[in-house]
Ligand binder design. Structure first.
Ligand SMILES: NC(=O)c1ccc[n+]([C@@H]2O[C@H](COP(=O)([O-])OP(=O)(O)OC[C@H]3O[C@@H](n4cnc5c(N)ncnc54)[C@H](O)[C@@H]3O)[C@@H](O)[C@H]2O)c1
Ligand SMILES: [Zn+2]
Ligand SMILES: [Zn+2]
Length: 361
């Protein structure tokens, strides 16, 4: 029996979201219905609402979620009803060229549910990142459910499903930050501060936080930054160089995703250093750099999709580190809110008042 549940829908570019009743079908082969317990508000949801990702409105927003598997379709063996899971947007296929090469974190053919969830009119919804979890229940591919230790709070665990994983992974997986390294992180929202927490976990000794908002810089100190730079007042590249003996950082993460911040990341690296773009640009943005600098500075510029994570490897591990007191994921949860409060949470995000607002069901 298909079910009717309440959910947050974005109907048109720039228009406020609305809460409405949607229909969630029973899980088909390889699918699962998950009773959502918590779902964080990520900047990417706002990008969808602003038409910055694609034009496939109406969107069912929400994608940083944890919950309980309610039912599974035929052939599902990895999860069963009652399992506590974090939802991921990288259900690896196992057969694409990336998977075959042993790099499933780059899987080019990830799974989502095949059946659509629909509006009362019957119109199919586009779930954000193939998840759509600002909903009491959601339909996903079973591989999008990653089991973790249920001792963790859902509002904390769900954040690993997107922004926090993207940030930690941008530093550790994509940037390869390790013991004794220096790192600078530009943009200290949920994603950037997660990069800082990840760098601390990995043993980086110089951790520089850059933001235009002093409130975010104060939070960055709590996650492990030992230097902060307000780039409205100070030139970010010069400040990062000064803090690294005039050289630049081994790794610079751009967690904003604008041409000017990426340029800062590019030039604030040490020679042979790595610039990581984890912030998501919009399609109108372009970048111009002297090619001689791309050559002459050496090193690498990399993009980090989802922190190059492998959910089955990384989610349980990060939950365990959190439960051991070594990763303060609870600090990302600025507030818990209701399903009706998502629009207001977007405004608080734009005003810089939150790291994460998390919808609790
Ligand atoms: N690559 C991925 O897989 C992935 C996953 C999740 C989110 N993201 C993206 O990461 C970005 C950050 O997401 P978030 O949820 O942390 O957003 P957020 O709004 O919480 O944080 C953005 C931060 O950047 C700061 N900022 C804005 N302009 C700046 C500038 N010019 N210089 C320095 N700091 C500046 C803001 O003050 C804020 O603290 C977004 O673009 C989001 O779409 C990417
Ligand atoms: Zn694959
Ligand atoms: Zn996200």
């Amino acid at each position: 029996m298909a079910q009717e549940v309440r959910a947050v829908v974005a109907h048109a570019k720039g228009k406020p979201v609305s809460v409405e009743t949607i229909t969630v079908p029973d899980p088909g082969p390889g699918e699962a219905v998950v009773k959502v317990q918590a779902c964080g508000v990520c900047h990417t949801d706002l990008h969808y609402r602003e038409g910055g990702i694609n034009d496939e409105f109406p969107f069912l927003l929400g994608h940083e979620a944890a919950g309980i598997v309610e039912s599974v379709g035929d052939g599902v063996t990895d999860v069963e009803p009652g399992d506590f899971v974090v939802l991921n947007w990288r259900a690896v296929c196992g057969t694409c060229r990336a998977c075959k090469r042993g790099t499933p974190q780059y899987c080019f053919s990830t799974f989502n549910a095949e059946q659509p969830m629909t509006l009362a009119s019957g119109q199919a919804l586009s779930p954000a990142l193939g998840i759509g979890a600002f909903a009491e229940k959601t339909l996903v591919a079973a591989g999008q459910c990653t089991k973790v230790n249920p001792a963790v709070k859902p509002e904390v665990a769900g954040l690993l499903g997107c922004g926090v994983m993207a940030g930690i992974g941008a530093a550790i997986n994509t940037g390869g930050v390790g013991r004794g390294d220096s790192i600078a992180v530009i943009g200290c929202g949920g994603v950037g501060n997660a990069a800082i927490a990840g760098a601390k976990l990995a043993g980086a000794t110089t951790i520089i936080a850059v933001d235009v908002d002093d409130r975010k810089l104060a939070l960055a100190r709590e996650f492990g930054a030992n230097h902060t730079v307000n780039s409205k007042q100070t030139d970010a590249v010069e400040a990062i160089q000064e803090l690294t003996d005039g050289n630049g950082a081994n790794v610079v993460v751009d967690a904003v995703g604008r041409p000017e911040t990426f340029k800062q990341a590019f030039y604030a690296r040490d020679l042979a250093g790595t610039a990581v773009l984890v912030g998501v640009p919009t399609p109108d943005m372009t970048l111009e750099l002297p090619l001689i600098d791309v050559f002459g500075r050496g090193g690498a510029t990399k993009s980090s999709w989802y922190g190059d994570c492998l959910p089955s490897r990384d989610f349980p591990m990060l939950v365990d580190l959190h439960l051991q007191g070594r990763l303060p994921l609870e600090k990302f949860v600025t507030e818990t809110i209701g399903l009706d409060d998502v629009e207001e949470a977007f405004h608080r995000m734009e005003r810089g008042q939150v790291l994460r607002s998390v919808v609790l069901f």
